[in-house]
Design a protein around this ligand. Structure first.
Ligand code: FAD
Length: 461
């Protein structure tokens, strides 16, 4: 057992220098750990960023808080684009902005995955961590306490004290841990996938559509979204079923494959995007279809030998924009546990006990949010519930806090946000049932329910 109460140098090995790995390396190196990081890809500062997954991401308060802990928030926000709300594009109708928060203090930020990763890699090195690129983990010998990595045609063996797994949804470390002890792993495939397309800058070099919004084209069981990039482009993501689904005639990636199929789909369902995406046919055929899944594990650590975090422990579907935010929150929590506990085993156990229920909650909320984004954002009942939600927020400040705000603008545990959201949804649905406007709301009954069921909320900051 590694005794953390010793004053001597303490060393650890992180697998993966992606978003979580690079941030965790920074936080731990700053706390005096000797940190070595092994990353499968080449150094993105030398070779360009080889992403493979979403080009940009929505950064919210949980992620920002973690970046503040690493003093990286300033550099990240300099390159970010503010998103005030959802710009909903109904078929044949005018776009409507639905604000996320009360004002510009409650917004989210669109950040480039590549730029963010490079900022964090620089921060990790500045903090004293040693990063090895082109060294993908292949296997772990837990008895000999060595890892074997490969890259650039070479195989390397390195000793380790403890392993922190930040190697993403397809984690090799997780597979090596599972060979030693069943982690209770389940992968729930969504059955829907995504493809990325691009809106280039306008002829004058500016944005072609409103930059300070996350655009959504909801179409029932499928949708497009677009997030702005600081070079005045938008990354458009089409989400739809991978295969034909029984009971509906919706498009799917099996049947929409050629350039002509793509044009026909967009002409029918997303006609206002056609003038915005000049390379639609080319991008559709050239870009891969990504698949989406929720990964659930019963165990995240092997004693004090290894622990998983971020997507390696709890990959989720991207519809709440929280996977990275949650991974960053994990990093702060793990660094805190390693400071508070006398042994790595105790620290990893405390980390798992704290974070696993919260990861499960945000995984479930992310699945629910797919339905909200693709189907409900232009539904009259849902819009009435949202109008009531805003009124109740003003009527019961700090007690009735909208679901989106609890997840996005606060740092209360995700599990608490889910519990309160479920209560609030029942109140909203009950109070607006059968109504077309808020005129008929029984305010006294709603107030009583809120005071009975919802205690004042303190942000766990
Ligand atoms: P990753 O970012 O996947 O990093 C893993 C790293 O490990 C990579 O650098 C990889 O090269 C490396 N690696 C892999 N295997 C090995 C190995 N064997 N040895 C060494 N290194 C290895 N989250 C948000 O918060 N907001 C969003 O808006 C958002 N949008 C998304 C949109 C899409 C389409 C998708 C798919 C995801 C989105 N996410 C979003 C989720 C987010 O991308 C992930 O939660 C986040 O990247 C997790 O970070 P991570 O460091 O755990 O894993």
């Amino acid at each position: 057992m590694t005794d953390l109460s010793n004053a001597g140098p303490k060393s650890l090995t992180i697998i993966g220098a992606g978003l979580a790995g690079a941030l965790l390396a920074t936080l731990l190196a700053r706390r005096g750990w000797q940190v070595e990081v092994f990353e499968r890809r080449g150094d993105p500062r030398l070779q360009g960023y080889a992403g493979g997954r979403s080009i940009n991401l929505a950064l919210a308060e949980r992620g920002l808080h973690a970046l503040r802990a690493a003093d990286a928030h300033g550099a990240v926000l300099e390159q970010a684009v503010m998103m005030r709300g959802r710009m909903v594009h109904p078929l044949g109708g005018e776009p409507q902005l639905q604000r996320y928060g009360r004002d510009d203090s409650e917004v989210i930020w669109s950040v480039s995955r590549g730029e963010l990763n490079i900022t964090l890699i620089n921060a990790a090195e500045a903090a004293g961590a040693t990063l090895h690129f082109d060294r993908g983990l292949d296997s772990v010998d837990f008895d000999a306490r060595t890892i074997t990595c490969s890259g650039s045609g070479e195989i390397h063996t390195h000793p380790f004290t403890t392993l922190l797994g930040c190697d993403g949804a397809g984690s090799t470390l997780r597979a090596q841990m599972a060979a030693r002890r069943d982690l209770g792993e389940r992968t729930e495939w969504l059955g829907h996938g995504y493809k990325e397309l691009e809106i280039p800058p306008a002829a004058d070099g500016g944005f072609r559509i409103e930059p300070n919004a996350l655009h959504i084209w909801p179409r029932g069981r499928y949708m497009c979204i677009a997030l702005p990039n600081d070079e005045r482009t938008f990354t458009v993501t089409l989400f739809m079923a991978l295969h034909a689904e029984s009971g509906n005639d919706d498009p799917d990636f099996d049947s929409v494959t050629t350039a002509a199929d793509a044009r026909a789909l967009f002409e029918r369902d997303f006609p206002d995007t056609l003038p915005l995406i000049p390379e639609l046919e080319h991008d559709f055929v050239a870009n891969p279809v990504g698949s989406l899944a929720t990964l659930r594990l019963d165990r995240w650590h092997l004693g004090g030998d290894a622990v998983l975090l971020g997507d390696a422990a709890h990959a989720m579907v991207p519809f709440h924009g929280q996977g990275m935010n949650c991974a960053f929150e994990d990093c702060v929590a793990l660094a805190g546990c390693m400071e508070e506990h006398d042994s790595l085993e105790a620290a990893f156990a405390a980390f798992e006990a704290d974070r696993k229920p919260n990861a499960t909650a945000i995984q479930d909320m992310a699945l629910e949010n797919y339905i909200e984004m693709r189907d409900l954002v232009d539904d009259p009942d849902f819009l009435l519930q949202q109008a009531l939600e805003r009124k109740l927020q003003a009527r019961h400040p700090g007690r009735f806090v909208p679901h989106y705000s609890m997840v996005t603008f606060m740092r209360i545990p995700y599990a608490l946000a889910l519990e309160r959201s479920n209560i609030q949804r029942e109140i909203l649905v009950g109070a607006t049932r059968g109504l077309e406007s808020l005129d008929g709301v029984d305010w006294a009954a709603v107030d009583t329910e809120i005071e009975r069921q919802l205690a004042p909320l303190m942000d766990g900051a």
